[in-house]
Ligand binder design. Structure first.
Ligand code: ATP
Ligand code: MG
Length: 184
């Protein structure tokens, strides 16, 4: 009987974005761990992630110096712009932007950020609301780092050109990583 369904399913009749949002079950984060044999494998993963990204998405790139955060960001940006796009490391500028068809891409490297509040001067608000954000050293952002994001953690592999990567999708990225995991 349809009338009973409302009692069984607390989400019945709750419109998208309504004040009843808090009643929705939290989407659990999803994880996918991969071995990347060489830089081409890192670039292929970057292209796959770029294909899933849209305005408002945040990708936090984690891992030690030289682990491949910029290499991954470069391939991601080239996939959405042009294969020969110049993508320097934002080591000193802290941010570089790129105009892609579906959104501006904001590539941050916050290693040299003194205080999270300094990120406002870099345009972090506009980046997070309208852009596709790639962020190296996201821990420098402290509490300003959005909870809905994809965490990409790179680590050394068995050889000089191999890497281990762990993807953890939160919020809208949870379903995307689950789907990627099913295909992996
Ligand atoms: N599988 C791989 N994936 C990514 N980079 C690789 C791989 N194999 C070798 N490399 C090399 O490792 C280096 C990674 O440097 P990169 O600047 O991307 O590191 P980073 O994590 O951004 O460091 P930083 O914290 O200093 O910004 C590059 O020289 C790249 O060519
Ligand atoms: Mg870098």
């Amino acid at each position: 009987m349809p009338a009973r369904l409302g009692r069984i399913n607390p989400r019945a009749g709750v419109a998208e974005g309504s004040a009843d949002d808090y009643k929705r079950p939290m989407q659990q984060p999803t994880t996918l761990a991969l071995d990347l044999a060489d830089e081409a494998a890192t670039a292929a993963l970057a292209a796959a992630l770029a294909g899933l990204a849209g305005p408002g998405d945040v990708i936090a790139l984690r891992g030690p110096l030289g682990s491949g955060k910029t290499a991954l960001a470069r391939a991601f940006i080239r996939h959405l712009t042009a294969p020969d796009e110049e993508v320097p490391s934002p080591t000193f500028t802290l941010v570089q932007t790129y105009e892609a068809e579906r959104a501006f891409i904001w590539h941050f490297d916050l290693y040299r950020l003194g205080d999270p509040a300094e990120a406002f001067e870099l345009g972090i608000e506009e980046a997070l609301t309208e852009g596709i954000v790639l962020m190296e050293w996201p821990e420098r952002l402290g509490a300003l780092l959005p909870p809905d994001r994809l965490d990409v953690t790179l680590a050394a592999g068995a050889t000089e050109t191999s890497r281990k990567v762990v993807l953890v999708g939160h919020g809208p990225w949870a379903g995307r990583i689950a789907e990627m995991s099913r295909r992996a």
